[in-house]
Ligand binder design. Structure first.
Ligand SMILES: Nc1ncnc2c1ncn2[C@@H]1O[C@H](COP(=O)(O)OP(=O)(O)OP(=O)(O)O)[C@@H](O)[C@H]1O
Length: 799
């Protein structure tokens, strides 16, 4: 199988078969690399020989020379197509025909058979007429060819026929003729004689023909002998060729076998190598495929992760953009509404003006009418006036004589004017001095009120809170400026079964009952805001549990922050005529989990950007790095600031609950004033702080992130208490633990000696919050009992 496969791929190195030159004496028939010379037609037509006449194939093939020898001895005579045979037959037939032509009584060739038959009956087969012999001549010829002596046939056969058959013929004739019919019998004899004579003539002719044929055959035999010799010579050479070819063939076969063997070995090697290569390649491909699959899977995972984070970023970004857009939209809407309102007012003003102008016009018309009348009257009276003028001129002439007295009068008037101007300057100066005095007195009053004050505010129950859930809170001095609060504790049964209620009484600088509004609260703190304008550091913070109303008090639309800003604007404007010019800068930060976030910063930087608190101890100033500061050049800016801060906090709230409850927010307003007349400068800071809900950890039940938030809130509120406590001890140069929390560190210069502090303790009215309420009130009481040293004004006076 392998050699067969190889035969198609390997070229044979065998020498091509040797060419034997063709001779003009015969064709070459090629079979099994043996060449057989076939004599050309005319000499010996083996090609046309019938298959049956050919010798049986023998296992070992005979040479052509041998086969030529067989032809001479064993092959039948050449067929009738052969020219020699044809000539013999033609001559025989011609002879027969001549014979029948010479005897008119003998029937033609067609009736020859019948006559021959009758003749055979009478004379037997050996005495057949020449015509009959002619028809069977090929057999005769064949017999000649096979070596039957031709001379014995024509001589012996007629005689034998005649001898054997004469007695029968005679008997037959004698049977027909009468013994006495001599003439008839003579005629028969004569007829028989003629017949015999003809037969003799035919036989002699046939003999001639046969002799001719014999001579032809002899020639033919000679020819065949020559051919045989030629063929045997050729055969010899072919034999030699065949032997040579066989040797070559065997050597070629050997070479081929060796080649096949070596090629087979090589092929085996190659196949083995190929199999090994294939195996290696398969293993390598498998390894590569697995590696690529792993790499692709990793890539897919990374891509998925990247896409996920991109998607998250995009989502956050879009959310922030949406928030900003909503915020901006709200702002735009408000501005547009304001503009519309302004336009409406303007329109109304214009309408009023138009009405006024129309009224003025009417009045003018009336006036013109009146003036015309007056003119008429005036022209009437002008005559009278002219006469009086004349009289006056007369008087002037008289008065001119008294001019010295008049000059004196003018000098007096001038003096009085100068005196009045000096008095006015003196009055202005006095006013400025009084303003300074007012500030001084105002702050003295504030100081007398205490540098840390505590206000308590109880929020009203909101619509979702039913009446029966409200705790019993009493305001004993609720008629006027309330300062006291009484909280009834839970009902307790004593050992005698009497139900008792514990009353917890608290007193603060002010107590605001649920019915109080933000306006009432602000009225009380407006004096502190004035102190900030006067150059003091003021800190107002709201303390209380979640939902107690801190944000409502501080940052709602009418809360302390917007009201404070508006008051500062109004006051700053009124102070302009007293020589004061103020610049105001606002910033808003959040302390969440001990980290500072800029509530006015970009939403995407929220919870990411790091801010640090830096103190200028010389100037008692606090700076927070990288926070946005807004110049408050218009009172409307405060609303946009509050909205921006709320939006930022709500974005953050999506991640960790309600951010406003869980972080401290600090609104910082810096007020820098300069008096161009007196050269005075003042720098005050107003800090408005909304503290995170003050729930106790045990009550909150918080876990995880909420627990961390609550711990941070409680720690910072506790630090605030510690700072206030340390300040309350009033030791000069004593340690105040500001650094213990971000909140106290941030408010370092707004708590203590250099500042005025106001704490709001916010109270929920609900019975459910009673415990937290009491805790808050106790903390506030502690703060209220603290006395903090005198505040110092941050003011400089020009030399
Ligand atoms: N004085 C008040 N008058 C009317 N409603 C009030 C008053 N105080 C608070 N509320 C309402 O009570 C609810 C809770 O108030 P607020 O959000 O201000 O509490 P909070 O202490 O700031 O809570 P948190 O710590 O969660 O921020 C709000 O719906 C608010 O409108």
């Amino acid at each position: 199988m392998e050699s067969n496969e190889n035969s198609s791929t390997y070229t044979s190195h065998l020498r091509p078969p040797s060419k034997i030159p063709s001779t003009d004496k015969g064709l070459f028939e090629i079979s099994n690399n043996a060449r057989t010379a076939i004599p050309p037609p005319g000499t010996m037509s083996l090609k046309h020989r019938p298959a049956s006449a050919l010798p049986e194939p023998t296992p070992k093939r005979k040479t052509l020379a041998q086969r030529a020898g067989e032809t001479k001895s064993g092959l039948p005579a050449p067929p009738s197509s052969r020219p020699v045979g044809s000539a013999v037959r033609a001559a025989t037939l011609a002879g027969a025909r001549n014979m029948s032509m010479t005897s008119s009584r003998v029937p033609a060739a067609a009736s020859r058979g019948a006559s021959a038959s009758s003749f055979s009956k009478s004379m037997g087969p050996g005495s057949r007429p020449a015509s009959v012999a002619g028809s069977s001549r090929p057999q005769t010829s064949m017999r000649h060819a096979r070596g039957v002596p031709s001379t014995s046939v024509p001589t012996a056969r007629p005689a034998t026929s005649l001898e054997s058959r004469s007695s029968e013929d005679e008997a037959a004739v004698s049977g027909k003729r009468k013994a006495w019919d001599t003439n008839g019998r003579l005629e028969d004899m004569e007829q028989l004689y003629h017949q015999l004579k003809d037969q003799m003539t035919g036989s002699s002719k046939e003999r001639n023909v046969l002799e001719e044929t014999v001579s032809i055959y002899k020639t033919r035999v000679t020819e065949l002998e020559a051919i045989k010799t030629q063929l045997s010579t050729h055969n010899m050479s072919l034999q030699t060729d065949l032997e040579t070819t066989k040797i070559k063939l065997s050597s070629t076969t050997n070479t081929l076998d060796e080649e096949r063997r070596s090629n087979g070995a090589k092929l085996d090697d190659l196949q083995r190598q190929h199999r090994n290569d294939m195996e290696d390649a398969r293993r390598h491909a498998q390894f590569e495929t697995e590696r690529l699959i792993r790499a692709h899977q990793e890539e897919i995972v990374q891509l998925e992760r990247r896409l996920q984070s991109n998607f998250e970023d995009e989502r956050r970004k879009h959310l922030r953009e949406l928030e900003e857009a909503i915020f901006k939209g709200g702002q735009d809407k408000r501005q547009t509404e304001e503009q519309l309102e302004a336009k409406d007012n303007e329109l109304q003003g214009l309408e009023t003006e138009l009405k006024q102008t129309t009224r003025d016009l009417e009045r003018e018309k009336l006036l013109t009418e009146k003036l015309r009348n007056n003119l008429a009257e005036t022209s009437a009276s002008s005559l009278g006036l002219e006469s009086s003028m004349r009289s006056l001129r007369a008087k002037i002439e008289f008065l001119e004589s008294d001019s010295k007295a008049q000059s004196q009068c003018y000098a007096d008037l001038e003096q009085r004017l100068q005196d009045a101007l000096a008095a006015a300057t003196e009055a202005k100066e006095k006013l400025r001095k009084e303003e300074t005095l007012r500030r001084k007195l105002h702050n003295q009053v504030q100081e007398l009120k205490g540098n840390i004050r505590v206000f308590c505010r109880v929020r009203p129950p909101i619509s979702s809170e039913p009446e029966n859930t409200v705790a019993r809170l009493n305001f004993p001095d609720g008629d006027g400026e309330s300062r006291e609060l009484e909280v009834n504790g839970p009902e307790e049964k004593n050992s005698l079964g009497n139900v008792t209620v514990k009353k917890n009484a608290f007193a603060f600088d002010r107590v605001f009952a649920p019915g109080c509004q933000n306006a009432d609260v602000f009225e009380e703190i407006s004096q502190l805001v004035q102190s900030a304008l006067d150059g003091y550091n003021v800190c107002i913070f709201c303390y209380g549990q979640t939902g107690s109303g801190k944000t409502h008090t501080m940052s709602s639309d009418d809360g302390m922050i917007p009201r404070a800003v508006h008051q500062i604007y109004d006051t700053a404007k009124s102070l302009e005529e007293k020589g004061w010019r103020y610049t105001m800068e606002g910033s808003f930060v959040e302390v969440y989990n001990e980290t500072i976030n800029d509530l006015l910063g970009k939403p995407e930087e929220f919870d990411k950007k790091k801010h640090e608190i830096r103190h200028d101890l010389q100037r008692c100033k606090t700076i927070i790095t990288d926070v946005n500061t807004v110049t408050m050049d218009s009172p409307n800016k405060v609303e946009s600031i509050l909205q921006r801060a709320t939006a930022n906090r709500s974005v953050a709230a999506t991640k960790a609950n309600n951010r406003s409850s869980r972080s401290h927010s600090v609104f910082i307003l810096k007020l820098i004033g300069e008096n161009s007349v007196t050269g005075e400068k003042s720098e005050g800071t107003l800090n408005l702080v909304d503290l995170a809900g003050s729930e106790r950890l045990s009550h909150s039940g918080a876990t995880g992130e909420r627990l961390r938030e609550t711990q941070n809130i409680n720690r910072s509120l506790s630090c605030l208490g510690d700072v206030i406590g340390a300040l309350g001890q009033g030791k000069e140069g004593g340690h105040v633990p500001y650094r213990n929390s971000k909140l106290t560190y941030l408010l370092q210069f707004s708590l203590g000696g250099n500042s005025k502090t106001l704490m709001f303790v916010m109270i929920s009215p609900l019975q459910a919050h009673l415990s937290e309420t009491l805790t808050s009130l106790k903390f506030a009481t502690k703060v209220h009992n603290t006395h903090i040293g005198t505040a110092k004004r941050q003011a400089k006076v020009k030399d």
